[in-house]
Design a binder for this molecule. Sequence first.
Ligand SMILES: Nc1nc2c(ncn2[C@@H]2O[C@H](COP(=O)(O)OP(=O)(O)OP(=O)(O)O)[C@@H](O)[C@H]2O)c(=O)[nH]1
Ligand SMILES: [Mg+2]
Length: 316
Amino acid sequence: MLRDEAGDQVPIWSQEWWRKNRVFSVSRRIRASSSALRRARFTAHARSNVAVPPLVSDPISVTVVIPTYNERDSLPACAERILALGASYAIVVVDDNSPDGTGAVADDLAQAHPGRMQVIHRPVKAGLGPAYVAGLQAVLDRGAEAIVTMDADLSHDPAALPRLVESLRDHDLVVGSRYVPGGATRGWPLYRRLLSRFGGRYAAMVLGIPIADMTSGFKAFRPSTLETVDLQTMSSDGYAFNIEITYRSWSRGCRVKEVPIVFTDRVAGRSKLSRRIMAEAMVVVWRLRLGHDRPRPSASYREPSMTDRRSAPRRH
Ligand SMILES: Nc1nc2c(ncn2[C@@H]2O[C@H](COP(=O)(O)OP(=O)(O)OP(=O)(O)O)[C@@H](O)[C@H]2O)c(=O)[nH]1
Ligand SMILES: [Mg+2]
């Protein structure tokens, strides 16, 4: 039961109750978002409300943030391949006291590559989202022109890094995408492919955002993008973190581009994907959509003027 302005009770079977509980508006929004999504797929991904200068330095200095939990078998190959891309590449590993000793392996690598690798040790496994925040914040404090997130398990090919970073010259966020032409997923069983594909579509449809790979963890950011999204107020974990950071960037007017990548199933170690992480992602998209986590304008964000209508950030 609800009470209307006059204080009378409004029963659940009346239209009034449904309208007050926003059921109609939510269903209208879903329909509107899916058609907006279809339309947007045929137009450009990029939106531009944030005035950012072009990246001009050559090469661009890149720091790759790698969260690790029990990745001792794949981290060395992953790190060596990144550092072999050139002196402009550095790495920050965020390890949550992995029982398999990944933290010590990372320390050895950092010693072998002085000045190019930093290891952040956290005392307990506290989740992928907070690990990303710790690593990204450390890079922001230290300074880099491009900041990339990627997995340690070699599912994300280090050879794709230069392509992602180059696209940052005229974008604010570049998403390594499995679901744009040229992208692919190799070695995943059918259920993982379906989960990833439909999970991403579900998130994009509910949020009304024209991005095909919402759960990708292979992304390149400008520092200004991370400031715009307000890292310290990010609240989600795992897949949901990737959805939230992409949505925040897009809804705050950053120019987002998807670049095709080929994702290969891990050959060593075990996946940390759990039912809890999947359930969280389902809930987080609605929290974002219904505006409980509405982005607050930050320093590098400017309110769109009346003439900016086409690229105006979504208002909930
Ligand atoms: N520091 C830290 N890293 C984590 C945590 N959970 C996962 N990771 C790391 O985050 C990256 C992504 O996790 P994965 O288990 O590979 O997740 P996924 O890519 O969705 O699953 P797979 O495709 O099966 O590998 C990997 O490098 C993990 O080691 C965590 O709680 N803390
Ligand atoms: Mg992985």
